[in-house]
Design a protein around this ligand. Structure first.
Ligand code: LLP
Length: 379
């Protein structure tokens, strides 16, 4: 994957490949510009400052889920007018801060939230630009922890609530309904799922149209998945086919803008986690490769049973051996892979865990008082 003398790097280390990031941004921009689509980068996927600066430089907007993410986005060069603010639990302090910045949109998830935004905006004698985050009840067919668009989830406004919320909003002078927002989940690899979303949005738009409401923008959230099994085969996600689905199936009204909030597909493949084998431990059924990275550095396998490709960079062996690849943390779930066939490995070998640029470093903890993995940029 990369020509790099990894033996000089203190492990565990997140390696961020800036060439991959830049190429991804280039393709993303070209494909989005083709349809004049607007892209907001979801900071939650990776908030490393250099990565944010690269993405802001490329001209993308930002999708934030906390006041601190908004502050960071502004600091790294994202424009306030291109910041969307999502989340089911925005606090008064966060709302006030976002109001002062004049952000693009508060993506609102409940009536009580809209009421508070209206009240706080009124105190400031201003008008908040809002979008209703609607739960379209479309199944994303992904892991249950990252499915958000079905009714049992905490996210969004349910379809049956829309009318009563719009009735209430008629009396609110300090919120302006500018958009409709949808986000059904993450790591979606079956593009038909987005087709279902488009069809549902078309129906929902009819409902608003019947009340003579045409919003300025539709925001379809993020969710485009990446290739975890064979990353080198698709380092850059297929943005072309993804956008074409929306172009072909979403019925935008004249002058209505389409916005996206992509995280994983922008930064996922540019990151790898470099680690070293501390011990090879004999087990009764198979051996354990105990490496110096742990669930504290990358929690996805432990939390979602997520698959990440793992490579041994040092072994020259042609003999394949099955290992459980585990970290040193005192939790049985601190496992990166079970029964994984790798070339025969030994203490000191370098192990590379692929596709960790999104939801890797940002979800790290210092459980067991472990040090944070360092970050190394590759160009
Ligand atoms: N917009 C909203 C409202 C979201 O909640 C998310 C992600 C995104 C955009 C960006 O979605 P993406 O393009 O990255 O799929 N930690 C999990 C993923 C959680 C996703 C949360 N929301 C994981 O490691 O798989």
């Amino acid at each position: 994957m990369m020509k790099l003398d990894y033996t000089t790097i203190k492990t565990p280390a997140y390696l961020y490949n800036l060439d991959v990031l830049r190429q991804t941004l280039k393709v993303l921009k070209t494909e989005a510009e083709h349809y004049a689509y607007h892209i907001h980068y979801a900071l939650k996927a990776n908030n490393n400052e250099k990565i944010l600066e690269e993405i802001a430089d490329a001209g993308l907007g930002a999708d934030c889920v906390s006041g601190n993410e908004i502050k960071e986005a502004l600091k790294r060069g994202f424009r306030a007018e291109a910041i969307a603010f999502a989340g089911v639990g925005k606090t008064d302090e966060e709302i006030n801060f976002a109001l002062d910045q004049g952000i693009f949109s508060f993506n609102c998830e409940s009536l009580p939230e809209i009421e508070v935004i209206n009240e706080l905006a009124s105190k400031k004698n201003t008008k908040a630009s809002i979008a209703l985050r609607i739960n379209p009840n479309v199944d994303a067919n992904t892991h249950k922890y990252i499915t958000t668009g079905i009714e049992e989830n905490k996210f969004g406004i349910n379809l049956w609530e829309i009318d009563s919320i719009l009735d209430r909003m008629d009396n609110m002078k300090n919120v302006e309904l500018n958009g409709l927002h949808f986000h059904i989940g993450s790591q979606i690899t079956d593009l038909d799922t987005f087709k279902n979303l488009c069809n549902r949005i078309n129906q929902i738009q009819e409902k608003f149209y019947a009340r003579q409401i045409i919003v300025n923008h539709i925001n379809v959230g993020g969710g485009l998945g990446i290739e975890y099994y064979d990353p080198d085969n698709e380092l850059i996600p297929d943005f072309k086919s993804y956008f074409k689905i929306f172009h072909d199936f979403l019925e935008l009204r004249p002058k209505q803008q389409l916005h996206f909030e992509l995280g994983r597909s922008i930064v996922g493949q540019m990151g790898s986690l470099l680690s070293k084998v501390i011990y090879v431990k004999k087990g009764s059924v198979k051996d354990f490769l105990i490496i110096d990275a742990a669930m504290t550095d990358l929690i996805r396998p432990a939390l979602y049973q997520a698959y990440h490709k793992i490579e041994n960079l040092s072994s020259q062996s042609t003999q394949a051996v099955k290992y459980d690849v585990v970290g040193p943390v005192c939790e049985s779930s601190d496992i990166f892979a079970k029964s994984l066939a790798l070339p025969s490995s030994k203490r000191g070998d370098y192990i590379l865990i692929r596709s960790v640029g999104a939801y890797g470093q940002v979800m790290a903890s210092n459980y067991n008082m472990r040090d944070a993995a360092q970050v190394v940029f590759i160009e």
